[in-house]
Design a binder for this molecule. Structure first.
Ligand SMILES: *[C@@H]1O[C@H](CO)[C@@H](O)[C@H](O)[C@H]1NC(C)=O
Length: 236
């Protein structure tokens, strides 16, 4: 009887040994898919920079949270609509009356110092799918926070960059340099500045651009103000 139990115990122990060996082998052979857990922050934060709102990981929350009631109320106010309309008019003029720029639905546009996002909304309503608005503060869901002197985008990722706040920039050359960096070669940069009277004023603005050639300067009305629109094209 004792012998019988001993033999049984031996069998059980042998079985357990085999099972644990198989399990160990299984675990060993299951090479992990990733060595770094996906939620581990990247050690190089620049790898996370979005090229635009479409593939951004930084701005991803914008796709999931619907705008608040307050935002909807703002968007339905007359003053908001009037301003958006003014930008729509401005971009439509660029689109049709001026052969130099063609804004298509698939044009990737960057709006620098986009404020509350009127300009972003105007472009989106025109059908442009990939519009990125940035400013020093985040205005959900149209404008994301960024440093204008160190834009969080790779080089050459936009077809077109727009700003109307160059004349308020603390470091205008750096501001322009960042816009140029993110626009592809052959892409356009459009800046609106306070109405320039003389050729000298325009020349001064144009002189800030190091990688672009002058295309045109034109007086326009925007949201009731007289401004000068300067178009540059990146050529380097
Ligand atoms: C561009 O988008 C607008 C608005 O969504 C649409 O009406 C228009 O047909 C589109 N144009 C092209 C060429 O796809």
């Amino acid at each position: 009887m004792e012998r019988h139990i001993e033999s049984l115990l031996n069998k059980i122990s042998l079985t357990l040994t085999i099972i644990s060996t198989i399990l160990l082998l299984y675990v060993y052979l299951q090479t992990p898919q990733t060595c770094i857990h996906p939620t581990t922050p990247l050690s190089k934060p620049n790898l996370k920079f979005p090229s635009s709102t479409c593939d951004s990981s930084l701005l991803h929350h914008h796709h999931y949270i619907p705008p608040s009631k307050k935002t909807h109320k703002l968007w339905s106010s007359n003053s908001w609509k009037k301003q958006v309309f003014s930008y729509t008019h401005f971009f439509n003029n660029l689109k049709f009356n001026d052969d130099v720029i063609t804004i298509r639905n698939e044009t990737r546009i960057l709006c620098v110092s986009a404020g509350a996002g009127h300009v972003v909304m105007a472009l989106k309503q025109m059908g442009v799918e990939d519009v990125t608005g940035v400013d020093v503060v985040d205005t959900f869901p149209l404008v994301s926070k960024a440093d204008m002197f160190n834009l969080p985008f790779f080089d050459h990722v936009f077809d077109f960059a727009f700003t109307e706040h160059l004349d308020e920039a603390l470091f205008p050359r750096r501001y322009v340099g960042e816009m140029e960096r993110t626009v592809r070669k052959g892409g356009e940069l459009v800046v609106l500045v306070e109405d320039c009277d003389g050729e000298e004023d325009v020349k001064e603005i144009v002189g800030l651009f190091e990688k672009s050639e002058f295309v045109s300067a034109f007086k326009v009305n925007l949201v009731g103000a007289r401004m000068t629109r300067i178009i540059m094209r990146r050529n380097k």
